[in-house]
Design a protein around this ligand. Sequence first.
Ligand code: GLU
Length: 483
Amino acid sequence: MNQLRLRFAPSPTGFLHIGNLRSALFGYFLAKSLKGDFILRIEDTDQKREVEGATKSLLDILSWVGVKFDEGPHIGGDHGPYIQTQRIDIYQKYIKELLDKGDAYYCFCSSERLEEMRKKQQENKKAPKYDQHCRHLSKEDIKAKIKNGESYVIRQKMPASCCIEVYDELRGKIVFKSEDLDDHVLIKSNGIPTYQFANIVDDHLMKITHVTRGDEWLASFPKNALLYKTFGWQMPKYIHLPLILNKGGGKLSKRQGDVFVEDYRTKGYLPEAIVNFCALLGWHPKDDQEILSMSEIIDKFSLEGMGVSPAVFDLEKLDYLNGHYIRQKSIEDLSVLCRPYLTKEGLVNKETKDSDLQKIIEISKERLKKIEDISSMTHYLFMNEIIYEENLLVWKSLTLEESKNNLREIYKLLQEIEEGSWTKENLEKIVFDWLKENDKKNGDYLWPLRVSLSGQKNSPNPFELAWALGKEKSLKRIFKAIN
Ligand code: GLU
């Protein structure tokens, strides 16, 4: 059997859209599950949309999520160049073949004429489509126009009324009517091919065996198939990935939230969570396992687990997965991840000891959904001075004076504990034993204690807080609250 080869073919137009990451990952999962190669090809033929530095940032974010390419512009390979604008000569050769065969033609229509044509179609409620004005120009006319220096594009000639059958691995047979197909542009007036041409030539020359791409390309599928037929090339297998919708059923758009992978990275989503989340956007493992590492996905991935109905982008699910992967991290790793966010907010600096930071993260990680949240969750633990809301210190039936008295008693008790014994477990045991011996109600003491240490309505329990703050800081806070 021939080596299986899949590719990711992004256009370098800016940050990586989450939908494109899903395409990249599905290609990668399938390639690796079939023990095939995964190739990166940069489709930069639309130079108006190109953004400087986009290829570099693409490589960076893909390597961050853990996608490893076997060939590509950054590592080379036997089927390069892997950047389309470096392959212009190749496309010239193949377009000539198409023109010679009569399956493509020169079009000299001006943009004004095309605009006028489109307007009329719109007025007559017709689908926009080239009216084939130049399709039947004589060889002499064409020669003369070219000689005259008239600008032209080259269009694909769609067959007159027939049916074109294509086969998608997920959807099965799909039939298109040729009347519905546009004689679309293959080579633009600047001599650069469109996606529709370069993509097919490259997939063929790069020996791609399976094409995984978004289902927005389904409409191009019959035209692509016609090109393969004309050239007499074997078509790769096509897998059009299902649409991704937001929870409300609309298109994923920037207005409703982040759509770029970089945004999620900035907010502190972990690559493990993003990979796991994207895998479930259109695929479901047989055994219903929901938490999956990259290698587990690759082990289990198969076309049978994929569907065609739109996948729903559920941010709560991503948060849930991210929380899971955060809790899998060691405290050391997690504090390395958190430190830049806390530094940015001015909560820690170079002098902040790792051991102090790690305690704070230890007591917060259970509730942490994304690393960015660490600052808002823990800011009160780093402050030198807390401003107390008096009412917050008071527990249910107690008066303010009683609450303060209780704090005084607890202060004395904690003061006796030696630094070396200042652990969560010890603190908890000593305080609970004392409450029991003295027949005190837990809430009457633990609530004011917790608020004196945090100043917050919600926080970890007082023993965790006291441990993370350390003895000196804890006593200082209780003292301040009493006063
Ligand atoms: N350059 C196309 C895009 O970025 C590639 C589509 C495909 O995979 O064929 O959408």
